[in-house]
Ligand binder design. Structure first.
Ligand code: ATP
Length: 304
């Protein structure tokens, strides 16, 4: 390689934030990694067979879920990962927007082709939640995160991570499931519109974290749990984590669904991942989806 070709790479790496020491007559030395979620930093940390082995990294994208869905339609293999440094149209459930600034957070979507009957697909967000929670526990032991049914990870009730699963299927056949998550890593401060709603790993732990390490930890754990989930008949094997770290555990809830509002006390999860709600008369209802809101003692509702 010519000197000028080497120099071009050095310039590009420096522009990407890598510190490179130069010594005349000796050469260049990489001073360290940036922690960006680029394949060069993430893939060497993977212990997976499939997750992240096909890795698409984009500086910016409308939504990693949209990109992953279009790749899945074109035949992307299971475990294909789409990661972006920023999203211009990041989404939560029901088309709510997901605030996605560049350089600080993780925005990632994974293509799955689960060989299970489609009635089990609603269990997937909880498998993802258990994986992300487990990765946070090992990578960020300084603080405690909780799983907020059905699709969030919170710290002190503030959202650290949102999970969005989307599927394409026929009545008897699941073509693919895309599991997307947005994880606030080094976001600090929280933007005005998310004050009181969101937090980040940096805010909770008081230090910045490597997005590359976190992403690898999530992918490693997610593949492990996903493969086990396929072997199992239901989510029973994950209930100790899902219930043991549940943010809503034992709380008075008001569940808003499309057509009705349910109230009661959280009484755990079913093996299919439904939230069990105990009404005042003692009857139990299994809730499959909806929005959970805490009911405070004076009966006002406030978002949990
Ligand atoms: P809820 O907001 O009641 O928990 P939800 O879990 O269904 O509902 P989603 O639809 O998954 O929420 O996510 C969208 C919501 O998350 C937005 O309405 C906003 O309140 C919040 N939000 C948006 N961007 C972020 C972010 N980067 N970090 C944390 N929360 C965010």
């Amino acid at each position: 390689m010519s000197r000028s070709a080497v120099w071009k790479h050095i310039v590009a790496l420096r522009a990407a934030g890598y510190g490179i020491e130069a010594k005349s007559g000796r050469g260049y030395r990489l001073e360290g990694l940036t922690g960006s979620p680029v394949p060069e930093e993430v893939v060497p940390l993977l212990t997976t067979q499939a997750f992240g082995r096909s890795f698409i990294y984009l500086e910016t994208v409308d939504s990693t879920n949209l990109k992953a869905r279009s790749l899945a339609r074109e035949g992307a293999v299971e475990g294909t990962v789409v990661v972006a440094d920023s999203q211009t149209g990041g989404r939560g459930r029901m088309r709510r927007s997901w605030v996605s600034p560049s350089g600080v957070n993780l925005y990632c979507s994974i293509v799955l082709r689960p060989p299970v009957p489609s009635f089990r697909v609603p269990e997937v967000p909880l498998v993802a939640a258990a994986a992300i929670h487990g990765a946070l526990e090992s990578e960020c032991p300084e603080f405690t995160a909780h799983i907020k049914w059905p699709n969030d990870i919170v710290a002190g009730g503030r959202k650290l991570c949102g999970i969005l699963c989307e599927m394409e299927s026929e009545p008897d056949f699941t073509h693919f499931v895309v599991v997307g998550f947005g994880l606030n890593v080094n976001l600090d401060p929280v933007p005005d519109e998310l004050q009181g709603i969101a937090s980040s790993i940096a805010i909770e732990s008081g230090r910045t974290a490597s997005r590359a390490r976190l992403l690898a930890a999530v992918l490693n754990r997610f593949e492990e749990l996903y493969l086990e989930w396929i072997r199992q008949p239901d989510l029973g094997f994950l209930l100790p984590r899902l219930e043991g770290h549940a943010w809503l555990k034992g709380k008075e809830l008001r569940i808003e669904q499309f057509d009705k509002i349910l109230t009661g006390t959280e009484a755990g999860l079913s093996r299919q991942g439904q939230l069990l709600l105990r009404a005042e008369d003692g009857t139990l209802t299994a809730v499959s989806s909806g929005e959970a809101h805490l009911r405070s003692i004076n009966n006002e509702t406030r978002p949990s």
